[in-house]
Write a protein that binds this ligand. Structure first.
Ligand SMILES: C[S@@+](CC[C@H](N)C(=O)[O-])C[C@H]1O[C@@H](n2cnc3c(N)ncnc32)[C@H](O)[C@@H]1O
Length: 366
């Protein structure tokens, strides 16, 4: 089974307990700091849908609190009784605290705040994190967490896979800066695509191919193509198609994609569908099909259908996103009914018709 199916499966099964690796957070955050060393200075960061005792997000930003010049770090967790997975054990950090409550630990979320040198060590760091139980379960849609969202400047997390669309809407409702993980295919959701199209949201720079490893609960079946159990017995699953989504500037999405002309592609392309052949025209829309983003002909002025991974290379000064070739939004674009009676893009090769997987439509800017 292709590994790109794993996030979709997790979403369908509401398996949301995938914990992000420290290095993946560090690599991405470094790119924003390279572009603007003061990007976090004086800012309040909220890490919702987290689990501060398990999560690397809280650890990472708490460790870098002073270096980044943060004003305040807030992270919140979701109560175990509200989760699909009941995999849970309170940590010693919690059970050793006088605040520990054996009932609340299951029914209430927790909030961790870092904003000052509580232990008078002379610096603000992870040991100054203060925590308490939330009034509710920590659902990001609750009034309590919405108030924290409204207080924050930047929202950073790996949101529940099953609630990605709702999470994006929740951020945009409050008009916040954000950096969140999701699957590249989420860019095709009808609620998300228009945001990508009008450059209110783009991809982060550190992941554009391959897979990423996430820590998962011991109860999760390790039937994915890539998994491992480390020496401490901790389970990890590899997931393909993971990307950072953001509205924070990192500079790289303004770098034009270097491409060959149509004649060069036909002569030299590494893709057998293109080399010596050229490009097919869709049956039901005036555009040509580009089977791989690196085969976009630089000198073609018409509309082209490209795979959704084009967003990895998308430079809004170079290309305009015209629309999407599948689903509800495709009908609205004027794509005619295809051989299956649907408004998905279709093409015919050697007398056989098919619908290419998940195309977005682009046109070169003049
Ligand atoms: C993909 S995990 C990511 C955890 C952590 N942010 C990380 O990346 O290491 C998403 C987390 O959101 C939690 N969650 C699920 N539904 C939620 C909701 N409605 N509100 C808040 N958190 C939720 C899940 O229980 C899970 O712990």
């Amino acid at each position: 089974m292709p590994r790109s199916h794993e996030l979709r499966q997790a979403r369908a099964a509401k398996k949301d307990e995938f914990y992000t690796q420290y290095l993946d957070i560090q690599k991405e955050v470094n790119a924003y700091l390279e572009y603007n060393p003061n990007v976090f200075r004086g800012k309040t960061i909220l890490l919702p849908c987290d689990d501060p005792e398990w999560s690397n997000f809280t650890r990472f930003f708490a460790e870098n609190f002073e270096r980044y010049g943060l004003k305040k770090l807030i992270s919140t967790s979701f109560a175990v009784e509200s989760k699909q997975s009941k995999w849970y054990e309170p940590t010693l950090f919690e059970t050793d605290s006088p605040k520990y409550d054996k009932d609340k630990t299951r029914t209430h979320g927790k909030i961790f705040v870092l904003d000052r040198d509580v232990n008078n060590s002379g610096r603000i760091d992870i040991d100054d994190l203060q925590w308490e139980y939330l009034q509710g379960d920590g659902d990001f849609r609750s009034k309590e967490i919405k108030a924290l969202r409204d207080e924050a400047d930047i929202i950073i997390t790996n949101p529940p896979f099953s609630l990605f669309r709702e999470f994006v809407a929740w951020i945009f409702e409050a008009n916040k800066q954000f950096l969140i993980l999701g699957n590249i295919n989420n860019a095709c959701y009808k609620e998300v695509f228009p945001l990508m199209q009008c450059n209110k949201m783009w991809l982060g720079p550190s992941i554009s191919s391959g897979d990423r490893e996430f820590r998962v609960p011991d109860e999760y079946p390790l039937e994915a193509a890539g998994w491992r159990i480390d020496d401490d017995g901790i389970h990890y699953i590899k997931v393909k198609g993971v990307r950072w989504f953001t509205n924070m500037e990192h500079g790289r999405h303004h770098e034009p994609y270097k491409l060959m002309t149509m004649a060069e592609n036909i002569k030299y392309s590494k893709h057998k569908e293109v080399k010596g052949i050229g490009y097919l025209h869709y049956d039901n829309y005036d555009a040509i099909d580009i089977p791989h983003s690196d085969a976009i002909p630089s000198d073609y002025d018409g509309v082209m259908g490209v795979p959704v991974t084009f967003f990895d290379k998308y430079c809004p000064e170079q290309y305009e996103i015209v629309g999407i070739g599948t689903g509800e939004l495709a009908g609205a674009l004027g794509i005619k009914k295809n051989y299956r009676g649907r408004t998905d893009l279709a093409l015919t090769k050697d007398g056989v018709s098919s619908c290419p997987y998940s195309r977005i439509l682009i046109r070169k800017k003049q």
